[in-house]
Design a protein around this ligand. Structure first.
Ligand code: MN
Length: 129
């Protein structure tokens, strides 16, 4: 599986990379929204892990930008966020995210959860997004 992590916090990037690479997955990273959108467009990954609280363009804007790209239509976007405000989850799904995981990342379950989401995303019929 090839994952793209769009996240500005280096500790979170480190942890995600460690957890996914230890299970044989490939991880690319982008530290802000525009860089993440460009990376996803250049080479569509199997799953996108998206921080919501990013400098500049926030994760909701990034999700909408990603959903405007036809070649990414079948790529699941997972919001990974410590936001605890009401309506977060709803906003993430409305912006085009397919799943929502709360930080702190649980090292025991994170990688498997992402694998499940990526596998389900690849089975999604075209146009159902
Ligand atoms: Mn952040």
């Amino acid at each position: 599986m090839r994952a793209l992590v769009i996240e500005d916090n280096e500790h979170n990037v480190y942890l995600v990379r460690l957890l996914l690479e230890s299970r044989g997955h490939e991880v690319r990273e982008a530290r802000d929204g525009p860089a993440g959108i460009a990376a996803a467009r250049a080479e569509p990954p199997d799953v996108i892990l998206l921080d919501i609280q990013l400098p500049g363009m926030d994760g909701y804007g990034v999700a909408r930008g990603l959903r405007d790209i036809a070649s990414l239509a079948a790529v699941p976007i997972v919001a990974v966020t410590s936001y605890a405000m009401d309506g977060d989850r709803t906003r993430a799904f409305a912006a085009g995210c397919d799943a929502y995981l709360e930080k702190p990342i649980d090292p025991d379950s994170f990688a498997q959860r992402i694998e499940e989401i990526a596998a389900a995303g690849l089975r999604r019929p075209e146009g159902s997004q």
